[in-house]
Design a protein around this ligand. Structure first.
Ligand code: WTA
Length: 682
C-alpha cells in the first residue's frame, strides 16, 4: 500500500503543533460567553439584525438566496463565481444550485490547504492492525491524488466517465475519489462488503470502464478476497476495460491483461495534475442505495452544492474547529463515509480518521483506544455499534482516556434512550453533547440534529430535534395535508430545496420524480415518518416504505425477495422488517421472510435456511440475510393478487387486534395459517 515517505522528526513537530493549536482553541471556545451569530458563523456577518442560532435558522429559510449566496462565496474556492444561487422547483423535481459557477472539488479539498498548511495531517489511517496508524499530510494526499488523476487520464478516463471504486476505507480509496473529482470523472464507490453480483449490477448501471480495487481486504483480523470478487463481477460487465489493483497485503493475486498494479503505475506519474474546471451542476458521484423496488438506485450528487453542504454541516453540527481530529467510523462505501469521512472534513482543512477495523477487534475497547491514541475530538458512530458495546460493559470504555472528546455523533437509525444515555454518560463522561443526526443518501448531508443550538439549549435523548440552516421540515397526514400543529406525527417532507440534495437517479429520472416529488406535490418526501413534539422538535419514527433499516444498513424488501424467489425450492416469498424490542437495547429491525415452497418440494427447514442465507449473501451481502424464515402454505393476498404486507407486519408484531380491514382478502384462512405458523416459530 502506498505509504508516505517521511522522517520521524517531522511527525513529532507536527503533532506538537497540533497539540498547541487544539488546546489554544479550546480556551477560546470556553471563553466565548454569549451567542453571537457572526462570531459563531463568520459567513453570517452581513445578515442584518440576526442574533442567535434560532434567528439565524429563521433567516436561512426566509432569506435562502442571501444565506446560501454568502455561505457559498465564503466557504468554497471558485474558479469562476456563480451567476445564480438557485433554480429549483420542487413541484417539478428541478434542483439546480450555483449555476454559472466553476470550481474543482479536489482543489477545494486539497490545494487550498496545501497553500496554507502543507504539513497539516489530512488523513489518519487507523489500520485494522491496532496501533499501526499512518498519517498523511495535505501535501502527501495531494501528491497521491495527482498521480492517480494523471494515471486515470493516461488510461483514457475522461470528464463525464464513471469510475467504480471497490475498496475498504483507506487512503488510496480517498485519493481515488479525489482523483476522479480532479479530472472531472464521477465516482461510484461500492461498499466492499457487497457480493460480486451486487457489484456487477452497480458497475453495469453506472457503465464504468474502470474499476479500482485492492488485492485483499483486511478487517477484524480477517482477509477478504476483494480482487477475486471484482474478477467474478467484471465477467458480466462488458464495459470494463481496466482494473487497478492496490496492494493492501503482500499476497500476490492473479492478474490478467486488463489488470494493473496501482502503486507501480502511480510511480510513473507526475505529482502535478491540472484540475478540470467543473460546472457546479456536473456530476460528482453516484452512490447506489436501496429503494422499494428490487433494483438499487444510483443517486446522483453534483459538485458545488454537495460539497458546500457537507462542509457546512461538518463544521457546525459537530462544532469542528481547526486543529481538531474528526473520527467518523463509517465505511466510505456509504454516504456517511462520503460526506463526513472524506468531503466535509477535507473541504474544511480538517484531520479525518479512516477507520478500517471493527468496534470489537481485537477487543471491545477498540474505539476508545483509538480515541486516546489519536486524540479524537469528535466521534461519529452508529447506534448498532453502541448497543453491541454496551453488552461488553463499561470497563472497556473506562480503561482509556477520552478527555479529548468534545462531541459524540450518532447516525443511521433511531438511537434508543438507553444507548443514548450510555453514550453520553459512560463514553462522554456527561461532558459531550450527543448529536443524533438524521439524514439520508438522498439528502447529501445532515438535515436534522440537536446542534448547532443556542449555548446550553436542551438536548432531548433519542431526538434529532432541530433542522439545520436552510432546512424546513414539514409533516403530512395520510391524505397529503400539511399538519401544522405540534405534538403530532406524519410523513416527513422538506418544504424547501437545499444545496446538498440529490439531483436525480442515474438513468432513471422518472423514478426520482415518482419516489421523492410526486407523493406530496411541491415537497421532497423522505420516506420516513416523524413526530413533532410540543416544543417543535423532531423525532424520527422509521421508514414508511418497503425499505428496512438493518443495523443502520438500508435494504429493500423487494431486493431480498428477488433472491429468495430464485431458489429452486421457493414458489414465492414476502420479506418484511421485524421490529425487535429487546430490554435495554430498544427497538431495532431484523429481516423476517415468509416463504412458500413449490408443490412437491421436500426439504428440511435447516437446509432451506442455509441455502437461502448463502444465496442472499452471495447475491447481495451478509447483512441482508433473513433472521427469521417462516414457511407458509400461501401468503395473504388481495383479490387482485397483491401480497398484504400490512397483515404480515401485524402478525410478526403480535398485534392481532390491529390487523385492520381484511375484506379485500382473497382467502381469509391464509391469515389464520400465518398466525399459527408465527406462534410456532416464536
Ligand atoms: C434512517 C444514512 C433515525 C432513516 C445517513 C433514513 C435514521 C435512512 C437516522 C437513510 C437517525 C438515518 N434517526 N433514523 N438519526 N439517520 N436514519 O441512506 O430511515 O443509508 O431514511 O443514510 O436511515 O439511510 P442512508
Amino acid at each position: 500500500m502506498w505509504l508516505p515517505c517521511r522522517c520521524a522528526t517531522k511527525y513529532v513537530v507536527a503533532s506538537f503543533r497540533r497539540g498547541v493549536s487544539a488546546s489554544f482553541l479550546h480556551v477560546l471556545r470556553r471563553g466565548r460567553s454569549s451567542w453571537n451569530s457572526a462570531a459563531f458563523m463568520p459567513e453570517s456577518a452581513g445578515f442584518e439584525g440576526v442574533s442567535g442560532r434560532d434567528a439565524l435558522h429563521d433567516y436561512s429559510v426566509s432569506h435562502g438566496e442571501s444565506f446560501w449566496d454568502a455561505v457559498a462565496r465564503q466557504r468554497l474556492s471558485w474558479i469562476r463565481p456563480f451567476d445564480a444561487v438557485q433554480d429549483c422547483d420542487l413541484s417539478q423535481g428541478r434542483i439546480k444550485w450555483f449555476e454559472g459557477g466553476k470550481l474543482n472539488v479536489s482543489v477545494n479539498c486539497l490545494d487550498r490547504h496545501v497553500h496554507t498548511c502543507p504539513e497539516r495531517v489530512a488523513l489518519i489511517w487507523e489500520r485494522d492492525e491496532q496501533g499501526s496508524e499512518v498519517r498523511y499530510t495535505y501535501r502527501e494526499l495531494l501528491e497521491m491524488t495527482c498521480r492517480l488523476g494523471n494515471l486515470l487520464r493516461r488510461h483514457g478516463v475522461k470528464k463525464g466517465d464513471c469510475v467504480t471504486i471497490y475498496m475498504p476505507t483507506c487512503p488510496l480509496a480517498v485519493a481515488s475519489m479525489l482523483a476522479c473529482a480532479r479530472i472531472g470523472a464521477a465516482h461510484n464507490v461500492v461498499f466492499a462488503g457487497f457480493s460480486s453480483e451486487a457489484l456487477a449490477e452497480r458497475i453495469r448501471d453506472a457503465q464504468s470502464s474502470t474499476v479500482i480495487t485492492v488485492n485483499q481486504g483486511v478487517r477484524g483480523g480477517k482477509i477478504t478476497e476483494l480482487k477475486r470478487t471484482v474478477d467474478a463481477a467484471v465477467q458480466s460487465c462488458p464495459t470494463v476495460r481496466q482494473v487497478f489493483v492496490a496492494m493492501r497485503t503482500e499476497k500476490r493475486v492473479e492478474m490478467t491483461d486488463r489488470d494493473f498494479t496501482l502503486e507501480e503505475e502511480m510511480l510513473k506519474e507526475d505529482v502535478v495534475c491540472e484540475p478540470a474546471a467543473m460546472d457546479s451542476e456536473d456530476v460528482l458521484f453516484l452512490l447506489y442505495t436501496s429503494g422499494s423496488t428490487g433494483k438499487p438506485k444510483g443517486l446522483v450528487h453534483t459538485q458545488a452544492g454537495y460539497l458546500l453542504y457537507a462542509a457546512l454541516t461538518h463544521r457546525y453540527v459537530f462544532g469542528y474547529h481547526d486543529g481538531d481530529v474528526f473520527g467518523c467510523v463509517a465505511d466510505i462505501g456509504w454516504i456517511t463515509g462520503h460526506s463526513y469521512t472524506v468531503y466535509g472534513p477535507l473541504a474544511n482543512g480538517g484531520t479525518t480518521v479512516l477507520f478500517e477495523s471493527t468496534p470489537v477487534y481485537p477487543d471491545p475497547g477498540r474505539y476508545w483506544d483509538m480515541v486516546e491514541r489519536l486524540r479524537i475530538n469528535q466521534f461519529y458512530g452508529a447506534p448498532t455499534a453502541i448497543r453491541l458495546l454496551i453488552k461488553y460493559g463499561d470497563q472497556w470504555v473506562k480503561k482509556y482516556d477520552r478527555s479529548s472528546l468534545t462531541t459524540l455523533g450518532s447516525v443511521g437509525e433511531p438511537i434508543n434512550t438507553e444507548a443514548w444515555e450510555w453514550y453520553n454518560r459512560v463514553v462522554g463522561e456527561g461532558r459531550c453533547p450527543v448529536v443524533d443526526t438524521w439524514w439520508q443518501t438522498e439528502t447529501g448531508g445532515i438535515c436534522i440534529a440537536p446542534k448547532p443550538s443556542e449555548p446550553d439549549a436542551e438536548i432531548v435523548p433519542g431526538m434529532a430535534m432541530r433542522p439545520f440552516f436552510g432546512i424546513k421540515p414539514v409533516l403530512m397526514d395520510t391524505e397529503g395535508k400539511l399538519l401544522t400543529s405540534n405534538n403530532t406525527s406524519g410523513a416527513l417532507c422538506m418544504a424547501l430545496p437545499w444545496p446538498g440534495m440529490a439531483r436525480t437517479i442515474h438513468n432513471n429520472h422518472q423514478r426520482f420524480l415518482e419516489t421523492y416529488f410526486q407523493p406530496y406535490p411541491g415537497y421532497f418526501f423522505t420516506g420516513d415518518g416523524a413526530y413533532r413534539s410540543q416544543e417543535g422538535y423532531y423525532q424520527i419514527t422509521g421508514r414508511l416504505d418497503d425499505v428496512i433499516n438493518v443495523s443502520g444498513h438500508r435494504i429493500g424488501t423487494a431486493e431480498i425477495e428477488d433472491v429468495l424467489n430464485q431458489c429452486s425450492a421457493v414458489a414465492e416469498s414476502a420479506v418484511i422488517g421485524y421490529s425487535h424490542n429487546i430490554k435495554g437495547q430498544g427497538k431495532y429491525q431484523r429481516v423476517y421472510a415468509f416463504v412458500v415452497l413449490k408443490k412437491g418440494v421436500d426439504i428440511q427447514e435447516a437446509d432451506l435456511s442455509k441455502q437461502l442465507n448463502s444465496m442472499v449473501s452471495e447475491k447481495i451481502a451478509k447483512y441482508a440475510c433473513p433472521d427469521f424464515i417462516q414457511l407458509a402454505k400461501r401468503l395473504p393476498k388481495t383479490r387482485s393478487g397483491k401480497i398484504m404486507r400490512r397483515v404480515l407486519r401485524k402478525v410478526v408484531d403480535c398485534d392481532l387486534d390491529g390487523l385492520g380491514d381484511l375484506s379485500t382478502l382473497d382467502d381469509p384462512a391464509a391469515v389464520q395459517e400465518i398466525i399459527e405458523g408465527h406462534e410456532k416459530l416464536s
